[in-house]
Design a protein around this ligand. Structure first.
Ligand code: X90
Length: 273
């Protein structure tokens, strides 16, 4: 059996046949498992009124291991190893699983990114496996595809990223100011790389388009996710479609994990080129 798996940081529109391994968001009082039962709005409301610290935890080795059970050909995609232990856990689980299942094959892909870029990678894996291609060929093609995808994002607050040591304080301080957004990408190490500061969310959209052009986007796939900002996401989708007629654009809501870190108002987008 072939199994596609990602951690829950992935955007999760209905993509049939994919299993998700949850990350967990917590405070000292409550914890939120990022699965299909999570009410992201309720979590964000609670966190907005909660005064103390909040944290996250990546899936455990066991979490990955139980997702592998029963499969012979496994493709697993993780959030960036530059900011999370999810990839290391998935790799440790791979070793354990292969000891017990000598004939199994497992490819673990470190997205060096998250959200919509994981979705693009999953869609590519689905496309290739449904053609019936051999495991090694799928793995090689996916690794190649990952060199032709990119993440961009526009965030209104870096509070949770900075509280949890995932972004440098100087970058975080620049965004605390009301009405200032940061536009950024994922660095080659899979960390936050700011590109520009923008006043107002409308100004961020042409900035994103400009960086898509610079990256060499010429009208392929675009996946957009938002954190409580459907209007901005739709406006961005329309702008992409008018700039590149014929591009394949889809919008969804961010996962619980990305909603926690990207925070209300954010949009994230990934595209291939
Ligand atoms: O606890 C954990 O292991 C999870 C830690 C995740 C930390 C970063 C999540 C970022 C979410 C923010 C904007 C996109 C940044 C992407 C840079 C690679 C989304």
């Amino acid at each position: 059996m072939i199994q596609l798996i990602a951690d829950s940081s992935s955007d999760r529109p209905d993509l049939e046949g994919v299993k998700y391994v949850p990350l967990i968001i917590s405070t000292d009082e409550r914890s939120f498992v990022d699965n299909e039962h999570l009410d992201v709005d309720e979590m964000l409301d609670y966190l907005a009124s909660y005064k103390g610290r909040s944290y996250t935890a990546c899936p455990s080795v066991d979490g990955w291991l139980s997702a592998y059970q029963g499969a012979e050909e496994i493709y697993a995609v993780t959030i960036t190893s530059g900011l999370s232990g999810s990839y290391n856990a998935a790799m440790a689980a791979r070793e354990l699983y292969l000891q017990e299942h000598k004939d199994a094959k497992i490819a673990v892909f470190d997205s060096l990114s998250t959200g919509p870029e994981i979705l693009l990678i999953l869609e590519k894996i689905k496309e290739l496996t449904s053609q019936g291609l051999p495991f090694e060929q799928v793995e090689a093609s996916v690794r190649k595809y990952m060199c032709q995808t990119r993440l961009l994002y526009s965030l209104q607050s870096l509070h949770n990223l900075s509280q949890n040591g995932r972004v440098n304080k100087v970058v975080a301080a620049a965004v605390g100011v009301l009405g200032i957004r940061i536009v950024g990408t994922a660095s080659v190490e899979g960390t936050l790389a700011p590109l520009a500061k923008c006043r107002g969310d409308r100004k961020a959209l042409p900035e994103l388009i400009e960086h898509m052009k610079q990256a060499g986007f010429h009208g392929g796939k675009v996946r957009i996710a938002h954190v409580r900002n459907p209007l901005l996401a739709d406006r961005f989708a329309d702008l992409v479609k008018t700039t590149w007629p014929g591009s394949d654009v889809a919008v969804s809501r961010s996962s619980g994990l990305c909603s926690y870190y990207a925070e209300s108002g954010a949009i994230l987008t990934a595209f291939d080129f």
